[in-house]
Ligand binder design. Structure first.
Ligand code: ANZ
Ligand code: ZN
Length: 854
């Protein structure tokens, strides 16, 4: 036991309990039995960058409080942690510092784990893994092959951003606005490469419609996924090219506007282009293509709608009008058919294009607001200028036109999703190798399961960071089918692939025979509470949902959705000082007067803002420094108290100190009370006897606090109000201490300690142990309130007839006995028992019981 100290010294408490927790394995997951009430609490696992930032702290502390509360409420809790450990920064570190990516990653994991453990998280570390462990990625490869078997993996040529200096594909985010690589500075080129794809689009409809079952997900996230998948119901319409045998097929969501088409537009990649351009126009085409190559990486490509007329015409199937065929950069080659029917009057993109290129605008839908002089009218209305469809409302016109088109062979109904297949290949070293072999005879051959894992080769120098540069025998292998010499696939997988199934592995992390045992998945999954940043609303959360559905379709798991509840925590914001003239951020330490901040370089008054903590804005707060000074409990309490979990949180030193004072106050109180047998004051062990008015009031406050905090947990984890309840209770204990018996004060304080423990685990444990307890505070039962104590000036009368309970009625404490009896006898539930009966006796136990003997 640490030195008992008058003053709260956070380091003492925390270092002491860190070591005990390690020894005790207090947080080892209980194995589940049939009837167990399970709870799987999961934080999105971190990328091991080496430094824990406040965003991490907030994420993990929120999950931890939930996990601790659920444990105390009787659930068997799974609360694991791991590392999303593959990815680019490790390679960059390797290049910059000459360290092996693996070494760098392992070192960071060690360092971050120590930082995490300082927070006092109730994590079951025996389940820890990193996605770069070959014992994990063996199963990522296995899952890849499972998907391959079910036809959900394919290889296809696609255009990608290629950095010719670094010889690698870059993500769109890694190409700057001038089209240069963020690292090498080289001009990025679009290169056609064979790439691996996962057929996520097979699940478009399920991914969309199952959102409906996720009623504990933030609406915002569901809407973002919905928009990303973007289902459109419309039709294909075919336009005959004039004097040619070919047709142009377009996808449109508005067949009702067919009479308003004033041009057709092909994407720059359209295969039809070759057929319709003459020599002169081909020159124009090549110019445009070149221009696009330079523009392609700037946002400008969307704003300015470049294009030219091909010289050819097509026929509108509805009215046989001749319409010019254009080539336009705003038409996306991978969406729909890669061709568009231009209806400037009713589509803003077409309107802009028509204005820029002097194309006619023909209105075909009308209603009160349909003024098209300045912009397109995209709403509903009645048809005009549309021959025999005139006067129809546009919804019925849409289906009529589709029907007529189907009959005459120029239309087909079509549901279209914007979601594209998932390109997972990366020409990068530090990722999970794709377990495929290329054989000159057999073609693409999957690696044999018994040969997994295909381990990454050890690299000596940074040139080898692109696997296809490797000259070693890693690349050279034999074909699993024909045993000829063959070559390994040198692409690795997108790291999102590694993170799209890790939550399954936590249920069975040590399994050497398969990725996981189905029974264990059935027991633990879905994740009951997932907590993480909103930045993953689409990518990670969509991929994880997809993989769950894909594994379900292979009958490897029974769940269809991975995460039952999702909490997206708000950002942690720090104060920034910005010079409004130069737009530059000024570091805190350069500011002399924080009330009236000015820029030391030009004296201008600075704007004071709250923005997401980041190095470039000089507004980050290092969690380690905060913990060094105040202890982990204070840091936790501040973060939980300052804002509800899903809202942004503004860092504020004085609030931090406020929490430190609160904990110190509780510590001092514990020393003063000096309770020696804590467990007799627990809610289930304590009996209230002859309470005076103050004690009565205290009892009410205790039960109200329990009730309110339990409700805060149940209703979306409102930790800030829960902590303020704890503050109220502690203040009341201090205020009323001398007017109450030691017993009830101790009872109040013990309950306070128990309820404090999920929030401030170290100090609560220390206080609890100081009362002579033999087990951890974190293994105590969460207290339950008693309804009848919630209102101090009322009580619940139990009414019996011949000793059997027949009714309960609430009364004011000061009710007269006669009046009470009168009301009790008149109660409907009682009356029916008394009909035609003679009352022999009435026994009344004051403010508790009325027994009627008949
Ligand atoms: C004619 C039209 C008239 C359209 C109108 C809209 C309004 P969503 O809803 O996102 O699926 N479109 C089709 N293929 C395209 C492509 N490859 N590149 C760019 N735009 C394309 O969008 C479907 C609409 O987007 C389609 O309906 C088409 O324009 C355009 F008053 O056809 B519409
Ligand atoms: Zn072969």
């Amino acid at each position: 036991m640490i030195q008992s100290n008058e003053n709260y010294v956070p380091e003492n408490i925390e270092t002491y309990w860190q070591s005990i927790w390690q020894k005790d394995k207090l947080y080892k997951t209980r194995s589940l039995k049939d009837k167990d009430n399970k709870f799987y609490a999961l934080s999105m696992f971190p990328y091991p960058s080496g430094d824990l930032h406040m965003g991490h702290v907030r994420n993990y502390v929120i999950t931890d409080v939930i996990a601790r509360y659920k444990t105390m409420s009787g659930a068997s809790v799974l609360h694991p942690m791991g590392w999303d450990a593959f990815g680019l920064p490790a390679e960059n570190a390797a290049i910059d510092r000459g360290i092996n990516p693996e070494e760098w990653t392992k070192k960071n994991i060690e360092q971050m784990k120590l930082q995490l453990q300082r927070l006092g998280l109730s994590i079951d570390w025996s389940r820890e893994f990193a996605t770069c462990d070959s014992s994990y990625y063996k199963w990522t490869q296995y899952i890849f092959l499972e998907l391959y078997k079910s036809g959900l993996v394919y290889r296809q040529s696609a255009k990608v951003n290629w950095d010719p200096v670094d010889k690698t594909v870059l993500a769109n985010e890694q190409v700057d606005s001038n089209g240069n690589s963020w690292r090498s500075g080289a001009k990025v080129i679009q290169k056609e490469l064979n790439q691996w794809f996962l057929r996520i689009t097979n699940f478009s409809e399920n991914l969309l419609s199952d959102l409906e079952f996720l009623d504990h997900w933030p609406e915002k996230v569901k809407t973002m996924q919905e928009n990303w998948i973007n289902k459109s119901e419309g039709a294909y319409i075919s336009f005959q090219i004039k004097n040619k045998s070919n047709k142009i097929k377009v996808f449109t969501t508005r067949p009702d506007t067919l009479s308003g088409v004033t041009y057709l537009a092909l994407s720059i990649e359209s295969p039809l282009i070759k057929e319709i351009l003459d020599a002169e126009k081909s020159l124009l085409y090549n110019n445009l293509k070149q221009k696009l190559e330079t523009l392609s990486k700037t946002r400008d490509i969307n704003q300015t709608k470049h294009g030219f007329f091909t010289g050819s015409y097509a026929l509108n199937p509805l009215n046989n009008e001749e319409i010019p065929i254009w080539i336009a950069t705003y038409v996306i080659s991978e969406y729909g058919t890669g061709s568009v029917m231009g209806v400037p009057a009713h589509d803003q993109r077409d309107y802009d294009f028509a204005c820029q290129n002097n194309l006619p605008i023909k209105q075909v839908i009308t209603n009160k607001e349909s003024d098209i002089t300045k912009k397109a009218y995209e709403g509903e209305g009645r048809l005009i200028n549309s021959l025999n469809y005139n006067d129809l409302d546009n919804i019925s016109a849409k289906s009529r036109i589709i029907q007529d088109g189907i009959q005459n062979n120029w239309a087909e109904s079509k549901i279209q999703y914007r979601l594209r297949d998932w390109l997972i290949s990366r020409q990068r070293y530090w990722g999970c190798p794709i377990p495929i072999i290329h054989c000159s005879k057999c073609g693409i051959v999957p690696e044999k399961i018994e040969n997994l894992p295909i381990k990454l080769p050890k690299v000596e120098n940074t040139d080898d960071l692109n696997l296809s540069n490797l000259k070693s025998n890693w690349i050279n292998t034999t074909c699993p089918e024909c045993s000829r010499k063959a070559k390994r696939e040198t692409d690795t997988m997108d790291t999102f692939m590694c993170s799209s199934w890790y939550f399954l592995r936590f249920a069975d992390p040590l399994n050497n025979n398969k990725p996981f045992d189905k029974d264990l998945i059935n027991q633990w999954l879905p994740v009951d509470q997932y907590v993480g940043g909103i930045e993953h609303a689409i990518l990670h959360l969509l991929y994880a949902r997809f993989l769950t559905k894909a594994l379900h379709s292979r009958n490897l798991i029974e769940i269809k959705e991975p995460f039952k509840r999702l909490l997206t925590q708000g950002m942690v914001l720090g104060t920034t000082y910005k010079n409004p003239k130069t737009e530059k951020y000024i570091p805190n330490h350069e500011i002399k007067d924080s009330k009236n901040p000015t820029d030391p370089s030009d004296g201008s008054k600075l704007k004071v803002l709250f923005e997401k903590m980041s190095k470039s804005k000089y507004n980050g707060i290092d969690p380690s420094l905060v913990i060094d000074k105040y202890g982990a409990d204070t840091a936790r309490m501040f973060i939980l108290f300052k804002a509800p979990p899903e809202k942004d949180l503004e860092w504020d030193d004085s609030d931090l100190e406020g929490q430190f004072r609160f904990l110190s106050k509780i510590w001092k109180l514990s020393k003063k009370l000096n309770i020696s047998n804590g467990s007799i004051y627990l809610i289930n062990n304590f009996i209230y006897r002859d309470l005076n008015k103050n004690e009565n009031q205290l009892r009410t406050i205790i039960h109200k606090t329990i009730n309110n905090i339990s409700e805060d947990f149940a209703n979306g984890y409102q930790f800030n109000t829960a902590i303020s309840e704890l503050m109220k209770l502690s203040n009341f204990i201090i205020e009323i201490k001398d007017k109450c018996s030691t017993e009830i004060i101790n009872h109040a304080f013990i309950n306070l300690t128990i309820m404090l423990s999920p929030f401030a685990p170290h100090i609560a444990e220390e206080i609890w142990k100081s009362t002579g307890a033999s087990t951890s505070v974190h293994l105590q039962e969460w207290p339950t309130h008693n309804e009848k104590y919630l209102v101090s000036d009322q009580f619940v009368l139990v009414i019996q007839i011949n000793g059997k309970v027949r009714d309960n009625i609430k009364f004011e404490n000061n009710i007269e006995e006669d009046r009470l009896k009168e009301i009790a006898l008149k109660s409907n539930k009682i009356k029916k028992w008394l009909e035609n009966k003679e009352i022999k006796r009435i026994i009344y136990v004051k403010n508790k019981l009325l027994n009627i003997v008949i």
